[in-house]
Design a protein around this ligand. Structure first.
Ligand code: AP5
Ligand code: MG
Length: 241
């Protein structure tokens, strides 16, 4: 089972990936987590990446493609994997196509978690993360449920980095969705509602119970028309896959 989680910063990719990795027993490949681990370890890559992440900008395609190529070559990806945070640009998507082809793999589904900008800003400003295992938690959580570590705020969740992250997502990452829409792989899910409600919809999409355009059975689903604009200036439209 090879899955790709797509969505804006704060849309819930990491949260749903935690559920999926437990459910399917396959690794979660999160490029942001990998970069933060390099920063924490003080490697040359980490030193290079730190100011880029802190400013909410993107690390170069060349570096990111190299990181993912190396990671996907590891044996634990054999039974499948959950990709989160990559590809973020069209050149990354094209490189991933080539890499998947080389490895004889294909994506089973692309899950797009669609969340309005105001909700993204609210979530990111309150988000807490475990510095040990990178799991994310909502505000007021005291310790990591997995390892008991005290939770911290991510450097790029500070107000000055959050807006640039959303802007670069709209500019560089929104076009990536069309890349997968052409392959009819995208299940679009209204990312509002409780985490459990979203998890049910994600699992339904992955298990092929819905091949959907916009899915959403939560009370929030009716508000989907207010979801994140696909492109700057697009207004509050809901597109189908
Ligand atoms: P990355 O770590 O990938 O960050 P991101 O894409 O900005 O996404 P986030 O991790 O912020 O959000 P998420 O969707 O995982 O949401 P979460 O589940 O935590 O990348 C960081 C940086 O690394 C980039 O900015 C870039 O600099 C660099 N980078 C990484 N990959 C790169 C690449 N390919 N190319 C170039 N540069 C790259 O949820 C958010 C919060 O909401 C949490 O508090 C959570 O508890 C809460 N929440 C989740 N679901 C719900 C719900 N349904 N209702 C209410 N709250 C919820
Ligand atoms: Mg994340």
């Amino acid at each position: 089972m090879n899955l790709l989680l797509y969505g804006a910063p704060g849309s819930g990719k990491g949260t749903q990936a935690n559920m999926l990795r437990t459910h399917f027993g396959i690794p979660h490949i999160a490029t942001g987590d990998m970069l933060r681990a390099e920063i924490q370890a003080g490697t040359a890559l980490g030193r290079q990446a730190q100011p880029i992440l802190a400013a909410g900008q993107y690390v170069s395609d060349e570096i990111m493609i190299g990181i993912v190529r190396h990671r996907l070559g590891k044996a634990d990806c054999g039974p499948g994997f959950i990709m989160d945070g990559f590809p973020r640009t069209v050149p990354q998507a094209e490189a991933l196509d080539d890499l998947m082809h080389e490895l004889g793999k294909r994506f089973d589904r692309v899950i797009y978690l669609k969340v309005p900008v105001e909700e993204l800003l609210h979530r990111l400003s309150g988000r807490l993360v475990c510095p040990t295992c990178q799991r994310t938690y909502p505000p007021q959580t005291t310790a990591c449920a997995a390892d008991g570590s005290a939770l911290v705020q991510r450097e790029d969740d500070k107000p000055e980095a959050v807006r640039p992250r959303i802007e670069i997502y709209l500019d560089k990452t929104v076009p990536v969705l069309d890349h997968y829409r052409h392959e009819r792989l995208v299940s679009e899910i209204d990312g509002r509602g409780t985490i459990d409600e979203i998890s049910s919809q994600v699992l339904a999409a992955v298990n092929g119970k819905h091949s959907s355009p916009l899915m959403g059975k939560s009370p929030a689903a009716g508000r989907a028309q207010g979801a994140l604009p696909e492109k700057p200036g697009d207004g509050a439209k809901t597109k189908t896959a």
